[in-house]
Design a protein around this ligand. Structure first.
Ligand code: PLP
Length: 510
């Protein structure tokens, strides 16, 4: 018999979903978030805590008794916020943006509020059909060809990430190819995937997941002289070389807006080559896809009509938070054949009628969130015009920053700007200084800028050149934040150059 002291007792009635308690406590959290956004500039963009700051201070066991929301929120303020990198801060210029918005937040509240899990149509018909609706709305905004639409043989799905989209399309490509080639031993080991050396690393990971050996992933070298775009000739050569070795070209991943420099692969010619060899062509527009809803950027997608699948991440630059990746395929029957399952316990009449979409057959996992709700809210609350205005405002700020950089001979814009991300470096006047010195200088410059806590930028290395990346996209960023970034850059460049070169040399640069 256990002692009474060990028995967990509580006098409070337990209803974890009491509507009135929820109303009260949720208002408090909403106020907290609104205050967070009002004060966001008070916090250093990058957290300045040391490893273990939280694990060493938090209690080692979970509380036995319920705690009041006020106490918990106080801990969020005192212990969690100092350890956050503030991705929505207007000083956040790192990686690519992850843009939040009111429409998104309210959509997220509804998603969690309904807690519907639309793995098949019957599990929540509105969630499935809303997903089909918003995906067609976005297709329309992107002016993608009809072949990607549900009304023809195509269709779309909301996944969690581009990495997932790559895994799913690779599986579909693999199964399609396996159904065509002779079923001989070791055929999978012969399948080859092509990309450029600028393609996001998640393609390699996805290849590993689907059983494509790392030796069969061809990362074709790109050059600065070609703005880091994948060359059609190099792709053709690689495919022909592999064919001569008895290998099977399977899949090529093209990128519109590469992660390092936002390069755009020429879709038209590359698709034409891949199609000659009956390959699956996936277009990854994770970041830049959002911009293509503006007519002036749509040309970057020219040629997409010849691709097999296309994806982009609203959770980057489309006023939508993680996770949200739109994937469209041209042949939904090929795609779902590779990913579908039919367990007894999920059998139901609508699915058997084949008149509905069961999204479990479009992804890896069974369960899924009602993500369409937030995209629908974003599209309705901000409208196509609001989204376009947002993109254009950011691009305008990037143009302004570009103009400032080009006007100062101490800096080099390393690649031409396509969207709102710039890659630049500070130069050394001394002719004898090598790329290694300049790389070191820029590394130090970036570190000193980020250490101020006022901005956060990241870097890339292309053709051995270390570049500082500025990705303008934070929803709260205004012209004054770009000016602040420029002033800070000047100040830190002055200090660093003074260490590297003599004052006389600096004056010749000004
Ligand atoms: N593709 C590109 C071009 C990217 O820039 C990124 C991330 O920045 C990814 C893929 C990976 O996206 P996700 O995290 O959604 O898998």
């Amino acid at each position: 018999m256990g002692s009474l002291n060990n028995v967990e007792t509580t006098n409070k009635p337990i209803n974890p979903l009491d509507p009135e308690e929820f109303r009260k406590q949720a208002h408090l959290v909403v106020d907290f978030i609104a205050d967070y956004y009002s004060n966001i500039e008070q916090y250093p963009v990058c957290s300045q805590v040391k490893p273990g700051f939280l694990t060493e201070t938090m209690p080692k066991i979970a509380p036995l008794e319920p705690e009041p929301i006020e106490t918990i929120m106080q801990d969020v303020q005192n212990h969690i916020i100092p350890g956050l990198t503030h991705w929505e801060s207007p000083g956040f210029f790192a990686f690519f943006p992850c843009t939040a918005s009111i429409g998104n937040f309210l959509g997220e509240m509804l998603i969690t509020g309904f807690n519907a899990i639309p793995f098949n149509w019957f599990a929540s018909p509105a969630a499935t059909e809303l997903e089909m609706v918003v995906l067609e709305w976005v297709l329309n905004l992107l002016q993608l060809p009809k072949s990607f639409w549900f009304s023809s043989d195509g269709g779309g799905v909301l996944l969690g990430s581009t990495c997932e989209a790559l895994v799913c399309t690779l599986v579909a490509a693999r199964e399609k190819k396996l159904s065509k080639v002779a079923a001989e031993e070791g055929v999978l080991e012969k399948m080859v995937v092509y990309c450029s050396d600028q393609t996001h690393f998640s393609l390699r990971k996805a290849c590993g997941v689907v059983g494509i050996s790392p030796q069969n992933v061809r990362a074709i070298v790109t050059t600065k002289s070609m703005n880091f775009e994948l060359s059609s000739l190099a792709l053709l050569n690689a495919i022909e070389t592999d064919l001569r070795s008895g290998l099977i070209p399977l899949y090529v991943c093209l990128t519109v807006g590469t992660t390092q420099t936002t390069a755009v692969d020429p879709l038209g010619t590359l698709c034409e080559i891949a199609n000659r060899f009956d390959m699956w062509v996936h277009v990854d527009a994770a970041y830049a896809g959002s911009a293509c809803i503006c007519p002036e950027f749509r040309h970057f997608l020219d040629g997409v009509e010849d691709a097999t699948s296309f994806s982009f991440n609203p959770h980057k630059w489309f006023l939508t938070t993680l996770d949200c990746c739109c994937l469209w395929v041209k042949d939904r029957s090929v795609y779902t054949k590779a990913l579908s399952s039919d367990p007894e316990y999920l059998k139901n009449k609508p699915s058997e009628s084949k008149q509905v979409v069961d999204y479990k057959d479009w992804q890896i996992s069974l369960t899924r969130r009602f993500k369409a709700m937030k995209l629908w809210m974003v599209l309705r609350m901000h409208g196509a015009s609001g989204l376009r205005e947002f993109i254009r405002k950011q691009v305008k700020m990037a143009q302004h920053f570009e103009h400032l950089l080009l006007g100062d001979k101490r800096f080099e814009l390393v690649v031409p700007r396509n969207f709102a991300t710039l890659c630049f470096r500070l130069l050394l006047a001394n002719q004898s200084s090598c790329d290694g010195d300049i790389n070191m200088l820029n590394k130090q410059l970036l570190e000193s800028l980020n250490a101020t806590g006022r901005v956060y930028m990241t870097h890339a290395v292309v053709e051995g050149v270390y570049v500082i990346r500025v990705s303008i996209g934070a929803v709260l960023a205004e012209d004054k934040h770009v000016s602040m970034l420029w002033d800070l850059l000047q100040e830190h460049a002055d200090v660093l150059l003074a260490k590297y070169v003599t004052p006389q040399v600096i004056s010749t640069l000004m």
